[in-house]
Design a protein around this ligand. Structure first.
Ligand code: HOZ
Length: 432
């Protein structure tokens, strides 16, 4: 028997790292089996420790929109690394990256760079509370905004997988100001604002939720979120860590602005694509709100690695590539081709299937219809998903190892990759 290097590494890892991983979903607990340890990646593929090639639909959970090892991104990172890794002092590249972000997001006049999506969401909440002088925040069931204490209530992603309504270690007092509502439920939203409107600092939402698989907020729901926030003096915070520069150049807010005239959030939280695979995230909004931040205002926020020079080089090179004309049209067409192909394969095999996508982000459910909220998502057939996951994995196709996660296509995925994926799914669906 040849040795299984993935298994060997997993056993070594489990002895030293809780669960053998540094982020829970990677452990394959939802689907069983051995996580693939990545040796290297190029374009749309990665090779695991056994040398097996996989078509990668995770792409580091979103950042790798150009695929792995894009030559111009690589060049920018190499050049930046030669100039120095970290200074704890400002650099020109931070200014350039801020300019690039502001150029594409009309709702953002000023931006602060941080190192992770969790940090960005946590800071955005502090800013919203500081700017409004209020404490209460509204979030939605199934939306995940990183692992800051106040936001770990009925979140999605790994918390959905492990069935934790919230995390141990979060004292009830810390979440006492967090009100959790059902996604896409207009009546509940109206009632919450009627009752608590004057106390609400902000409403934070994943406009296209990517941590309960892929669930869109309806146009009506989003419009009502905007109206109620404006009416009650609360701030609308868009968590675009996943969707920012992923579903469109202007993010999910550009998608909603097309449907709702004049639509814009107050604060935007960004991550993933803006770092191109390096630890980089950001939050931004109108000047009057952002000027509440230290050193100008009373809301404190800081970070040794914030605006890191190598990470900003990577993010900047990535954003410059994706701003090329036609980039999103091609990416969206390829992603749509994947979802339609999977749907046809499932239909031919008589397997219930509902899929959706926007730009380079997609999701699907083994359900007859798309769900609109977390309880509906929870009706998905987890054991069947596990069989699909492993069937695809055995055929060299790597999707998220949990049914509560979205998927990601990059510009490096070719029509042939999509066709191979659909063929693999066709074989697996037939066996379900
Ligand atoms: N929070 C990510 C899933 N929505 C997982 C991140 C990771 O494991 O890298």
């Amino acid at each position: 028997m040849p040795t299984d290097k993935n298994l060997e590494l997993f056993e070594r890892a489990r002895a030293l790292i809780p669960g053998g991983v540094n982020s829970p979903v990677r452990a394959f607990r939802a689907v069983g089996g051995t996580p693939r340890f990545v040796q290297r990646a190029q374009g749309a593929y990665f090779w695991d420790a056994n040398g097996a090639r996989h078509i990668d639909y995770i792409g580091s959970w979103g950042p790798m929109i150009l695929g792995h090892g894009h030559p111009r991104v690589l060049e920018a990172v190499q050049a930046a690394a030669l100039d120095g890794f970290s200074f704890g002092a400002p650099t020109e590249r931070e200014v350039e990256l801020a300019e690039e972000i502001v150029r594409h997001l009309p709702s953002v006049e000023m931006v602060r760079l941080v190192s992770s999506g969790t940090e960005a969401a946590m800071s955005a909440i502090r800013l919203a509370r500081g700017a409004t002088g209020r404490s209460m925040i509204i979030k939605f069931e199934g939306c995940y905004h990183g692992h800051a204490d106040a936001l770990l209530v009925k979140a999605g992603s790994g918390l959905a997988t492990f069935g934790h309504p919230t995390s141990a270690g979060v004292p009830p007092e810390v979440v006492q100001h967090t009100l959790v509502l059902e996604y896409n439920n207009l009546a509940q939203l109206d009632e919450a604002f009627a009752r608590h409107g004057a106390a609400v600092a902000c409403l934070i939402i994943e406009p296209i939720a990517g941590n309960m698989n892929f669930v869109r907020a309806s146009r009506e729901f989003m419009q009502r979120c905007r109206e109620l926030c404006t009416q009650h003096g609360a701030l609308l915070v868009f968590d675009e860590v996943m969707t920012g520069f992923r579903v469109a150049l202007g993010g999910a807010q550009a998608v909603y602005a097309k449907q709702i005239p004049g639509f814009a959030p107050d604060i935007t939280v960004l991550g993933k694509v803006i770092g191109g695979g390096m630890p980089l995230a950001a939050f931004g909004g109108p000047r009057a709100i952002m000027e509440q931040l230290a050193p100008l205002g009373p809301v404190y926020q800081a970070g040794t690695l914030s605006g890191n020079p190598v990470a900003t080089a990577c993010g900047l090179a990535t954003l410059r590539e994706i701003a090329q004309p036609g980039f999103y049209e091609a990416l969206a067409a390829r992603t749509r081709g994947l979802v339609d192909g999977l749907a046809a394969a499932a239909r031919d095999a008589g397997v219930p299937f509902a899929g959706d996508c926007e730009g380079g982000m997609f999701g699907f459910f083994l359900l007859p219809q798309l769900p609109h909220n977390y309880p509906q998502v929870m009706q998905s057939d987890a054991p069947k998903f596990g069989r699909l996951f492993h069937g695809l994995l055995d055929r060299g196709v790597y999707i998220a190892p949990a049914l509560y996660e979205a998927g990601f296509v990059s510009s490096a995925h070719s029509d042939e990759d999509i066709a191979q994926t659909v063929q693999a799914a066709r074989e697996v669906f037939a066996s379900l």
